[in-house]
Design a protein around this ligand. Structure first.
Ligand SMILES: [Fe+2]
Ligand SMILES: [Fe+2]
Length: 304
């Protein structure tokens, strides 16, 4: 991803063209089909748990999808104030910069609403209440409590990862629930523009940063990743509790251990690895610091 060819005016035009409505994706006339998986197997990784029968794996897939909805709602609640803070432009900056970032913020607010609507449809159709880490405000505040360049790097990574969630798996998976697949697709359609705007903002902040600040941004980014990974570990335990409730049996110690190992790693890939391995993300990092990129590539395998 290079800064050449990126243009606030063009991105704003595309955003306005793409813009969809929540009612087109979820509602009473568009129910979720609980006889189908929601999340692509590359992210759910339920097949590796051979002590679960197919019906139990399906439950786990859906529990993981609930976690996906909740995690993205959390991440977007965290990102929104970051974008709003960046939106005002200085005199002499591109006149389309502020309107493009304002459109971006409005879309993220809509995405939050979309995830809330899906979570509510999920709660209506699933047998048990699933737990999720939180409170979201505290997690978001802890992420934002890092330098602006490190936070911008995190936002760029996660928004590029979202594209991969649709393109690499859901796009060709006809077996998935139609509504969940539609969510991944529509989210991707708008995130394409967001990721480009993120890159522009990231390069803008990087251009003003000293070499020491750039090094610190990579430290901050890794620290945010470690913090999120801790949360994913806690989420794995919550998902295990939800699954045992949903299938009405307690797993053995060995099965629980295997569950935690496979599912924590599956979540690492979904929320962290799919960003760290993203070629566009790595190229953006390379432009700012080849040494920083190398460092990220070094840690990436642990999240795959
Ligand atoms: Fe979004
Ligand atoms: Fe976004």
């Amino acid at each position: 991803m290079t800064i050449q060819g990126l243009n606030y005016e063009k991105l704003l035009q595309i955003s306005k063209r793409v813009n969809w409505r929540i009612e087109d994706i979820i509602g009473h006339d568009k129910p979720m089909d609980f006889s189908r998986p929601f999340l692509p197997e590359s992210f759910a990784r339920t097949q590796k748990l051979d002590f679960l029968n197919p019906a139990e794996r399906l439950k786990l897939n859906q529990i993981r999808a609930f976690g996906y909805l909740s995690m993205f709602e959390l991440v977007e609640r965290c990102i929104l104030p970051v974008i709003e803070e960046l939106a005002p432009s200085r005199p002499g900056q591109d006149p389309h910069r502020t309107p493009a970032l304002a459109q971006f913020a409005a879309e993220e607010a809509k995405h939050i609403e979309l995830f809330v609507r899906f979570r509510s449809a999920f709660a209506d159709g699933f047998d048990v209440d699933c737990g999720f880490i939180g409170p979201a405000e505290d997690i978001g505040a802890a992420i934002r409590n890092h330098g602006p360049l490190g936070v911008a790097m995190f936002v760029l990574g996660i928004e590029l990862a979202t594209q991969r969630h649709y393109l690499d798996s859901a796009q060709d998976d006809e077996g998935l629930d139609r509504q969940f697949r539609s969510l991944l697709k529509h989210h991707w359609m708008e995130e394409c523009q967001h990721a480009k705007l993120d890159a522009m903002v990231f390069f803008e902040l990087a251009a003003k940063a000293t070499p020491a600040e750039i090094d610190q941004a990579f430290e901050d980014f890794l620290d945010i990743g470690g913090f999120i990974d801790g949360g994913l570990g806690q989420q794995t335990a919550l998902d295990l509790a939800s699954l045992q409730m949903a299938i009405g049996r307690t797993l053995t110690d060995a099965e629980r251990q295997r569950f935690s190992q496979v599912q924590h790693q599956a979540m690492r890939w979904t929320f962290l690895g799919s960003a760290l391995k993203n070629e566009a993300f790595l190229e953006a990092l390379e432009q700012v610091s080849p040494r920083g990129r190398a460092r990220i590539e070094e840690v990436a395998p642990a999240f795959c």
